[in-house]
Design a protein around this ligand. Structure first.
Ligand code: TXA
Ligand code: MG
Length: 341
């Protein structure tokens, strides 16, 4: 199969929408990461997505809509808190899990009786979903386990020859996947996966916000968890990754002791001059949580392309958007975390 790179034109979007309606898969941009989109109601198409990704069948797909009215047929009931969250954060990087109706086949839901729904903010995603006229199921567009794609070129790297088309939509603004939440009760939000919508922002709408234990903990592959995606090794480049916690001076002292061929520091921008002075090979990934979120999947891919063997990442903060970056990094590192003082 030859994978076509489609452009952001009416004609190409209509072509991509036809592919989706006819049960095919399209690599599509969103504001978070690129996804592998298909008709959420077409079980055969969904099976193709699982196969293209190499994804375990118990890991459910998020269903994307481009009009609030399209949410209702997919879920059994929309509680007031869910409506308030949608009012505040949609369109945007928030996925809300609710009990599903029969419109969502069991295979899309990974066998669960719930579905996560999201209304993406990216204009090309919205145009595609509207043109397709069906809810679009889309996991992140990476091969299972590798870093999520944040450009159409990354999508091509992972999916060339596996899907009929990738739709160009530029670099993803957020760079980390959506915040995935469920509602424990009428006033409690539980974060199953942190993302660009932060716990602090959710707190402005919900009386209580709980960060699920799985967000920061190591989960064994046979554990029963609320969000199946939490238990798999994830987001990992080919190089080994170690997360290094500590202030700048401690990080640099650590790197001095670990410098060797193929070893790179993925560091904050402000660390670069000091790394260079010490002869430590480095790649900066930003000085704010938002910048680091936008850059770090791309940086992992770039370091792989440089032939990196081991990447030591200076750990981000664990509040705000930093929590999302930290959550992806501990999985990319296979929980190899060192703390230096
Ligand atoms: O930003 C995003 O969410 C991107 C773009 C393409 O929209 N999509 C994405 O999908 O990241 P995926 O499949 O790579 O990650 C979805 C995560 C998985 O960890 C999955 O287990 C969890 O959300 N999830 C989806 N539906 C769920 C459900 N009904 N119950 C519990 N967890 C669910
Ligand atoms: Mg993913």
């Amino acid at each position: 199969m030859i994978t076509r790179l489609l452009q952001n034109t009416d004609e190409d979007i209509a072509y991509a929408a036809d592919l989706i309606r006819s049960g095919e898969i399209v690599g599509m941009p969103t504001e978070t990461v690129y996804g592998l989109g298909c008709d959420a109601g077409n079980a055969e198409a969904v099976r193709k997505v699982f196969a293209a990704k190499g994804r375990p069948s118990d890991n459910p797909l998020i269903v994307h809509i481009a009009d609030r009215a399209d949410w209702k047929p997919l879920v059994r009931d929309i509680p007031p808190l869910a409506l308030q969250l949608a009012d505040r954060f949609w369109p945007g990087p928030l996925t809300i899990i609710l009990p599903r109706t029969d419109r969502i086949p069991s295979v899309t839901a990974g066998g669960l009786d719930t579905v996560g729904v999201r209304f993406p903010a990216h204009p090309v995603a919205q145009a595609l979903i509207r043109a397709a006229g069906v809810p679009v199921a889309a996991p992140s567009g990476n091969r299972s386990g590798s870093p999520s794609p944040t450009t159409a070129a990354h999508m091509m790297e992972d999916m060339n020859g596996r899907i009929p088309a990738v739709l160009e939509g530029g670099s993803c603004f957020c760079g980390v996947e959506s915040t995935v939440i469920q509602l424990d009760d009428a006033e409690t939000v539980r974060i199953l996966r942190p993302g660009f919508v932060t716990p602090e922002q959710l707190q402005t709408v919900a009386a209580r916000v709980i960060v699920d234990d799985a967000v920061l903990a190591q989960i064994s592959p046979d554990a029963v968890v609320r969000s199946p995606g939490m238990k798999y090794k994830h987001y990992a480049p080919k190089a080994a990754v170690t997360l290094v916690q500590g202030e700048q001076a401690a990080f640099l002292a650590f790197m001095r002791q670990h410098t060797a061929d193929g070893v790179y520091a993925l560091c904050f921008d402000a660390d670069v001059p000091l790394c260079e002075a010490e002869g430590i090979a480095c790649c900066p990934y930003g000085d704010t949580d938002e910048a680091r979120a936008a850059a770090f999947f791309r940086s992992l891919r770039e370091l792989d392309a440089c032939g990196a063997k081991h990447i030591f990442v200076r750990a981000p903060r664990t509040d705000g958007v930093g929590l999302a970056v930290y959550n992806r990094l501990i999985r990319a590192a296979g929980y190899d975390i060192v703390t230096c003082r």
